[in-house]
Ligand binder design. Structure first.
Ligand code: C5P
Length: 484
């Protein structure tokens, strides 16, 4: 089977994969696997191995169905009295939307039946290394790799010894030797066996090999009158440990940081029914708010009139005009990071008509315009409450980089996100954006650097910007961000 080196993929494919994997909280490799599964799951024709003999079509394959769960586990049930708890473990894993395929050792079948495991997992159960039905397509290799995690429960002293020494003389040990997935062991044995020097050596070796152990707990043994360390962890504990390995907690690099964001247009009233406005959907600012919130920040979003739902977990202050926006921004300080993505109207009419202006034969009513406060410049130039990182946007239709650089200096902010909004780009109101991050490098005598990103969706731009912010304010990246 061919292998795929993600590093060698086209730049835009890599970017897509990084952003999608960051969003879904998976590794890039795992994301590729999910995409491939989705592709296969969506096929109408079943994929039959090219060289499979005709009879093989009746053989059980490990093909997945289109209703794909989020994660899958190969559960190896070893031979010990604790095996009965593994039946509950199947249920606990399935409750967490984890697909389970069971392998029962010969000894395990003395305690639980393949039928019970199959009924609970809704999958065929595997017991034999030399089962021609599953081995026609190297079933033990597929059980070892066509899953996200291998759980061994109960992990008996014998299974652990075999694993520590690389044996492969039955299906369970062959899977454990052939896998490149993480392995979680839930040991269960008599306390004397657990404390035996041989088991101690094997545990140390397995931990050195990267195997994760849960338990054993201490308590009563099945053997009358015996107690000590050796009881298998409860099903719920094992399922929680498995889930933590499958879905590691998302890093929250902006935890404890307060982020203030402006978004959308402002409406500057002319009279009770008319207003001056900019063409802005607010999508980019809202996406940044959502990405900052996902990175653990406390987010305050001051938004002009938009047709978007408030992002979850974000405090949204809705305003109409530039002056109201400035007021709410000032009221929201202090902040660690301020991002000004709003398309604020530069002018407003000097005196708003109390009644609707009427068309008259005298011609157009004169509209006296006055300049609006510049919110970005006002906040950038604060001496007491200036946020340590202030970011502005520059939407330009010509001389993008030069205009953005002079805006950086004029407004006094630290970074400018510059984008070309000339009508041909479709950026205004659209879903995609091509941006350049222009920053002043404090460590290099204020030297200005320009970082040009490939075309992305506004959500991707947001994730990428938040990753840069996280790196800048904490030294930690919020998601795997782009290498240029
Ligand atoms: O001057 P210009 O409107 O091109 O500057 C764009 C940047 O300044 C954006 O970050 C925008 O949110 C901010 N801005 C502001 N208040 C204004 C005008 C622009 O905060 N009155």
């Amino acid at each position: 089977m061919a292998s795929l080196t993600i590093r060698k993929l086209d730049e835009h494919v890599k970017t897509y994969l990084r952003l999608r994997s960051a969003k879904n909280r998976r590794s890039v490799e795992e994301e590729v696997r999910v995409i491939l599964r989705e592709l296969i799951g969506g096929r109408e024709e079943p994929l039959t191995p090219f060289s499979a003999p005709p009879a093989a079509s009746a053989a059980p394959t490990l093909q997945r169905t289109s209703a794909l769960p989020e994660a899958s586990v190969t559960l190896i049930i070893g031979g010990g009295i604790a095996a009965y708890k593994s039946l509950d473990l199947i249920r606990r894993l399935k409750e967490r939307r984890i697909e389970v395929r069971c392998v029962l050792t010969k000894a395990a079948q003395q305690f639980v039946t393949p039928l019970a495991a199959s009924a609970l997992s809704h999958e065929r159960v595997y017991t034999d290394l030399f089962d021609p039905q599953s081995e026609f397509d190297a079933g033990h290799i597929r059980l070892a790799r066509d899953c996200d995690l291998i759980v061994v429960a109960p992990a008996t002293a014998d299974l652990m010894a075999k694993m520590a020494n690389g044996h492969a003389d039955d299906l369970a040990s062959a899977i454990l030797l052939a896998t490149n997935r993480k392995v979680l062991l839930a040991p269960a044995m008599n306390p004397l066996m657990w404390n035996n020097a041989a088991t101690r050596r094997n545990v140390t070796q397995l931990q050195r090999d990267g195997v994760v152990l849960i338990g054993p707990n201490s308590g009563e043994m099945a053997e009358a009158g015996e107690a000590g360390i050796g009881r298998m962890s409860e099903a719920i504990e094992i399922a929680t440990a498995a889930e933590r390995l499958l879905r590691p907690p998302v890093p929250k690099p902006l935890a404890g940081k307060r982020v203030l964001i402006t978004a959308g247009p402002t409406h500057e009233p002319i009279d009770p029914v008319r207003y001056i406005a900019n063409r802005s959907s607010g999508k980019q600012g809202f996406a940044i708010a959502a990405a900052a919130q996902a990175a653990g920040a406390e987010v305050i979003l001051v938004s002009g009139p938009v047709d978007l739902d408030d992002p979850q977990g974000v405090t949204v202050k809705h305003v109409e005009s530039a002056r109201q926006m400035l007021e709410q921004v000032q009221a929201s300080l202090p902040a660690d990071i301020a991002i000004f993505a709003a398309a604020v109207a530069d002018w407003r009419v000097a005196s708003e008509g109390e009644q609707k202006l009427k068309k008259t034969s005298a011609g157009m009513p004169p509209l006296q315009l006055v300049e609006n406060p510049d919110i970005l410049a006002t906040i950038s130039k604060l001496t007491d409450q200036r946020p340590p990182l202030v970011i502005g946007f520059a939407a330009e239709t010509e001389h993008l980089i030069d205009n953005a650089k002079s805006k950086l200096a004029r407004k006094g902010c630290d970074w400018i996100v510059a984008n070309d909004v000339s009508p041909a780009t479709g950026v205004m109101g659209g879903d995609r954006n091509t941006v350049h991050l222009i920053s002043k490098n404090a460590e290099k005598n204020g030297e200005i650097t320009v970082d040009s990103w490939p075309v992305m969706t506004k959500e991707q731009v947001a994730v990428e910007l938040v990753a840069h912010i996280a790196e800048s304010v904490t030294g930690k990246s919020g998601s795997p961000h782009l290498e240029h």
